[in-house]
Design a protein around this ligand. Structure first.
Ligand SMILES: Cc1ncc(COP(=O)(O)O)c(C=O)c1O
Length: 156
């Protein structure tokens, strides 16, 4: 089986990383300004992060989100304290597309409005709602009339 051809790829295969440095399979070292979409902004292979992942994986790696997860409630409490918004609710999800999709839904529930302004040339993920506000025909879904929605794009 081949990997589905989602994006054109740079000819780099990172196999190791430490802090802000990444090493390719060919041994070339790169200074990494990427930060993994801010997902790994503490740097690669930080020892506290590595130990926390190792310890947790040795205890329990996954369970349904329909049971109590003390790690999630601890995270919500810490984020509430550190952000200064302890009364807000935390919505946890697995991907950028899911975050954007739910942000769109929450905004429309809150405002009652049906129209969304999106930047032209932007990318929001590959779920239906995220694609529906993206002006790139190469990622738009075919077979469903998402394009008939009123669209307004802003240019930066
Ligand atoms: C700006 C932006 N939004 C959304 C996404 C989608 O994130 P995910 O691939 O985690 O669904 C990406 C991913 O590249 C992104 O760069």
């Amino acid at each position: 089986m081949n990997l589905f051809d989602v994006y054109s790829l740079w000819n780099i295969e990172p196999v190791r990383a430490k802090g802000c440095h990444v090493w390719g399979r060919d041994g070339v070292e790169y200074l990494d300004f990427y930060g993994g979409h801010a997902v790994i902004s503490i740097g690669h292979s930080h020892p506290v992060y590595v130990k926390a992942i190792q310890d947790q994986a040795a205890k329990i790696g996954f369970y349904s989100n329909s049971v109590i997860n003390g790690l999630q409630t601890d995270l919500a409490e810490k984020l509430g304290e550190q952000s200064g918004y302890p009364d807000y609710s935390l919505f946890l999800c697995n991907s950028g597309a899911e975050a954007n999709e739910n942000a769109l839904k929450l905004a429309s529930f809150h405002t009652g409005k049906k129209r969304i302004i999106a930047f032209s040339g932007s990318f929001h993920g590959r779920t239906s709602g995220a694609v529906a506000i993206t002006d790139n025909p190469s990622i738009s879904r075919r077979g469903r009339d998402l394009r008939s929605r009123k669209r307004i794009y802003a240019t930066a």
